[in-house]
Write a protein that binds this ligand. Structure first.
Ligand SMILES: [Zn+2]
Length: 294
């Protein structure tokens, strides 16, 4: 990541609906956004051993694989949620190579567990054994975003490499060390400028009310430990869904959603992030979920 004194035209970070939970059959690295150049990132399952720290502070090592690799890092499947505050170690056993990396945020959810975007903490261009195109000097050409530390509200312009960009685009936030806080913090767009949390914009409360009375549809939610939570849909839009459930899904965690849901038929699940969680009475929660690109 490169600090930049310039503010250039940043990427469009609007939401796109309907990403499939499975990896896209994307061999070229072509995608929406600025990362269109061939082989900037490569969909490639590389066996690696990862040492990381889970959310309860327990250090663990497991053998797993990447889904995508790039000059700056990878997306990797892990069996449990990990803390972005601790460095992780990536090891290619056969080559006896090891590199440190930081967890930037979640990029997906699979049956085995969450998928994380990770960035090498030092340059390691040959770690994957692939020749990537040389990066532009000084972060030139990288998408820039103005983000704010969620704790001290310090603002900074980030020039995002391809992994950081994907994580930011999917979560509207990025885990990154804050110099003022001297810790890894969640960096988000400034309020009212981007769309932070909540449902897609452009709907007043009245529109929303109207939508809710119109929709009577069931959806099915899958999450780690939850095979199929069939829920009542409250509101549906291209970018997301809101629903009632008795189960607890924490804010900013990822779930899989199938809507409309028909029991017994082949339902398609897409990944989404819990953007809003609100208790309704003693038994229910109302959730707002935004779809994320797989
Ligand atoms: Zn801070």
């Amino acid at each position: 990541m490169v600090d930049s004194p310039h503010m250039s035209n940043g990427p469009s970070v609007g939401k796109t609906a309907g990403a499939a939970a499975a990896p896209a059959p994307d061999k070229t690295g072509a995608t929406e956004g600025p990362w269109r150049r061939r082989s900037e990132r490569v969909m490639l399952g590389v066996s690696i051993e990862v040492t990381a720290t889970d959310l309860s502070g327990v250090r663990f090592t497991e053998s797993t694989h990447t889904e995508m690799v790039s000059r700056h890092g990878a997306s990797i499947v892990l069996s449990r949620a990990v803390s972005p505050e601790h460095l992780i170690l990536l090891r290619r056993q056969l080559l006896e190579q090891e590199v440190g990396a930081r967890v930037l945020g979640q990029l997906g959810i699979r049956a085995e567990g969450p998928v994380y975007g990770v960035a090498f903490s030092s340059e390691a261009p040959s770690f994957w054994g692939i020749s990537f195109p040389a990066p532009a000097g000084d972060g030139e050409g990288l998408p820039r975003v103005l983000l704010m530390c969620g704790d001290c509200f310090r603002q900074r312009i980030f020039a995002l490499n391809e992994i950081e960009f994907r994580v930011f685009e999917a979560n509207q936030r990025l885990a990154h060390p804050c110099e003022s806080c001297a810790k890894v913090k969640a960096w988000t767009p400034l309020p009212n400028k981007g769309s932070v949390g909540g449902m897609p914009q452009g709907k007043g409360p009245q529109d929303r009310q109207f939508q809710r009375t119109k929709v009577k549809m069931m959806a099915c939610i899958q999450a780690p430990g939850v095979e199929g939570d069939v829920v009542q849909v409250l509101d549906l839009s291209r970018g997301g869904i809101s629903f009632f459930s008795k189960l607890v899904y924490e804010k900013d965690t990822w779930i899989n959603v199938s809507v409309p849901y028909t029991p017994g038929s082949a339902n398609i699940f897409v990944a989404g992030r819990v953007a809003r969680k609100q208790a309704v009475g003693d038994e229910f929660y109302e959730y707002g979920v935004q779809y994320v690109k797989g």
